[in-house]
Design a binder for this molecule. Structure first.
Ligand SMILES: [Zn+2]
Length: 127
């Protein structure tokens, strides 16, 4: 059985230009080129790490309009799907659909402060 640590180390060593830091959640911080990941990584958490890595690889730094947010999230998932096989990982379409739906829901509820998609905190860095 593969160790999840070894996949993480593999991802880290493939991207020496990026910082990786254990945290309480997954997110990409463009300001210090750091990908934060949950300290207790399980195999099912890897899609989120690849998603944040994809934001980094695609150079996502900001978005101008809400309408672009879902497109940016969608691009990050497309990229994550492309790179997943390099690490023998799979990402389910259901997960991607749920993630994108959470962004659409969030955009319709922006008047409620503190609510943001739980899937990816990329947007937090824009506010
Ligand atoms: Zn994202």
């Amino acid at each position: 059985m593969r160790s999840t640590i070894s996949i993480l180390e593999q991802i880290k060593s493939s991207h020496p230009e990026l910082q990786f830091e254990a945290s309480d959640d997954f997110y990409w911080s463009p300001s210090n080129s750091t990908i934060y990941y949950r300290e207790s990584m399980e195999v099912e958490d890897y899609p989120f790490l690849l998603h944040e890595l994809s934001h980094a690889l695609l150079g996502h730094r900001q978005y101008a309009r809400d309408i672009q947010l879902v497109a940016i999230e969608s691009q990050a998932w497309d990229k994550a799907l492309q790179i997943a096989p390099q690490y023998n990982l799979a990402i389910s379409q259901t997960l991607i659909d749920e993630s994108l739906d959470s962004y659409r829901d969030w955009m319709h509820s922006r008047s409620h402060p503190g609510r943001h998609p739980r899937w990816c905190r990329y947007v937090v860095w824009q506010s």
